[in-house]
Design a protein around this ligand. Structure first.
Ligand code: FO1
Length: 317
């Protein structure tokens, strides 16, 4: 971990897009991508890690970009055959995706740690960057809703994020241990940036920050901590972040997300569409810049990654 210059905290789709940009902008041994694993669950006997897989599929060029999860050019033979048998098909597992879950589940049963299995998957996929689960311990997001508590994938996929959200808890987080590789990266003499990717602050970044010692470790580093807003023009680029914010009584603005991070982050990046919020965000005590943050193609991802890196380096001068 000696060479790590940049640590990126990422959830699924939006985070993985910036992670890909960072992977193209930096030498591979300088980047550590930390993935949320509180969306993980056991389904049909398989251990599914949606955000880790979105990141490894994205970095290896396998991701189904339009769907936002799973593998491009996927077939569904196994799911269809399972459904004919009376099995569940609410959580759609494609044939190639199932191979990833089978491999991971088998290796975990053999006693491997999730971080080891993830490293093996990265090697198999030709990914040179280190992708690290937020911890090797089981942590599960439980969504508080007006209809009662729901396990995350029940809320997200089975109920299509429809129930009104009242809060979140991260079961198991209090017993989780920060991965030693992440601890070592925080101590890297070369560390120049910690980036919170434009992922959902409540269900993607918050579980990682709930791991004991994580916020303390972040507060102790000298490198800037820069968060990229997942909200543009009052809307989430993808996913339920804006809906969750309004249900929690928060304005659906970048300013609102900046307030959420203000005790921890050094700086906040908003899209140029929200440049009128920059002054208010600076009043929170955060450095703030507006720049184009929408990532529609690989050029956008690389451009944003380069801008964020340059901004971080300017901040640490
Ligand atoms: N999301 C859906 O909306 N519907 C699905 O059927 C679905 C299946 C699925 C299978 C594997 C996987 O890794 C992810 C999958 N997702 C699906 C996405 C996942 O539920 C969410 O994107 C994340 O948990 C939120 O980041």
């Amino acid at each position: 971990m000696k060479n790590i210059s940049t640590i990126a905290f990422s959830g699924g789709v939006g985070g993985a897009k910036l992670a890909l940009g960072l992977a193209r902008a930096l030498p591979p041994d300088e980047l550590l991508i930390v993935a949320n694993t509180a969306d993980d669950f056991d389904h049909l006997g398989l251990h599914i890690c949606p955000d880790l897989d979105t990141i490894t599929y994205t970095l290896s060029g396998r991701a189904n970009r339009s769907q936002g999860w799973g593998v491009e050019g996927e077939t569904w033979n196994c799911l269809e055959a399972l459904y004919e048998l009376g099995g569940p098909n609410w959580f759609r597992l494609g044939d190639r995706d199932i191979a990833t879950h089978l491999y991971r589940t088998q290796r975990l049963r053999e006693g491997a740690r999730l971080s080891e299995v993830t490293a093996e998957i990265c090697v198999a996929f030709g990914i040179a960057q280190r992708v690290l689960p937020m911890c090797d311990d089981p942590v599960s997001t439980i969504v508080g809703t007006a209809e009662g508590e729901l396990p995350f994938q029940d809320y997200f996929v089975r109920h299509r994020c429809e129930p009104r959200v009242t809060g979140f808890r991260f079961a198991g987080a209090d017993r989780a241990t920060m991965h030693p590789e992440l601890g070592a990266a925080f101590d890297s003499p070369d560390l120049r940036a910690v980036i919170f990717c434009p992922s959902n602050p409540f269900i993607s970044i918050a579980p990682m920050l709930a791991i004991p010692g994580m916020t303390e470790a972040l507060l102790s580093i000298r490198a800037p901590i820069v968060a990229v807003s997942p909200i543009i023009g009052g809307k989430a680029v993808k996913g339920p972040a804006a809906k969750m914010m309004s249900e929690l009584g928060l304005p659906t603005t970048s300013l609102s997300v900046a307030k959420h991070y203000s005790d921890l982050a050094t700086a906040f990046i908003v899209d140029e569409m929200d440049s009128d919020e920059v002054a208010c965000i600076r009043e929170l005590g955060l450095a703030c810049e507006a720049m184009p943050t929408l990532m529609n193609n690989d050029d956008d991802k690389l451009r944003l990654a380069r801008s964020v890196i340059t901004y971080c380096h300017d901040l640490s001068r």
